[in-house]
Design a protein. Structure first.
Length: 255
């Protein structure tokens, strides 16, 4: 009888140790899976820049600032091969993550840039000086418009967007509450510089609309910071959506 009880006790202990070991393995596996879910956000992903466009700028600068003012059509013709190859490089260029919502605008303006370059080629082949100068101007204008699709008009807008990008595309979808709170606080710190920003002279007539939009964005951020103090997933994600919408309305003022 005692032997039987002793066997049962030892068996229970052995089973308990096995369960404990298995539980430890599951915890370790869960920890590893949790680590695997953490996505590293590179600095390149957060910077609104396309190197291929910067390279094209070197040729555009020569066309517009050197050749165009003195009507040097010979120089324009010499620069065309470079303009062709560097413009073609734009097709292989990928927009960084933070510019993912600019893809359609980028493609549209890039098509206009190519059309202007084709027009410049036609003018050069016809050796039409007036047309060459006109198309050089058109090419320069198309380049500037393409540049504006990816470069924020106000630096403070980009600074805010970098924090919102991480929140909206990574932390909120994963419901990483700690990171949501951190990003919310960081966005709140970006609001004062945004509120003090002055638009360039060409957009001066939109300053009042911009200021009102920033006020609404600020209110949305304040709401998110307050809601994020608790652990109410639905309320927090709804507040994140409000911030994102308010930001988009602010950004559209520049369209």
């Amino acid at each position: 009888m005692l032997g039987t009880i002793r066997s049962l006790v030892l068996g229970s202990i052995a089973m308990g140790l096995s369960v404990f070991a298995f539980g430890g393995a599951v915890c370790a596996q869960s920890a590893e899976e949790g680590d695997a879910k953490k996505v590293e956000i590179s600095q390149e992903e957060l910077v609104a820049a396309v190197p291929a466009l910067d390279e094209l700028h070197e040729v555009v600068y020569l066309l517009w600032h050197d050749a165009f003012p003195v009507k040097d059509t010979g120089m324009i013709k010499e620069l065309l091969p470079q303009a062709d190859s560097l413009t073609a490089n734009l097709d292989a260029a990928k927009l960084p993550g933070i510019l993912r919502d600019k893809q359609a605008a980028w493609d549209g303006e890039k098509a206009k840039l190519k059309a202007a370059l084709e027009g410049l080629h036609a003018a050069a082949e016809a050796d039409d000086e007036e047309a060459m100068l006109k198309q050089t101007e058109a090419f320069h204008t198309a380049f500037e418009r393409l540049m504006r699709t990816i470069r924020p008009v106000v630096p403070a807008v980009e600074a805010f967007h970098q924090e919102l990008y991480k929140l909206y595309h990574y932390y909120a979808p994963d419901y990483d509450l700690a990171q949501i709170r951190t990003a919310s606080a960081a966005m709140k710190e970006k609001i004062p510089p945004l509120a003090e920003s002055k638009l360039p002279s060409r957009l001066a007539d939109r300053q009042k609309d911009f200021d009102k939009s920033v006020q609404k964005l600020s209110a949305a951020v304040d709401e998110l910071v307050m809601v994020a103090q608790k652990d109410d997933k639905d309320a927090i994600l709804a507040a994140v959506g409000k911030v994102h919408t308010a930001y988009q309305r602010t950004e559209h003022i520049f369209d």
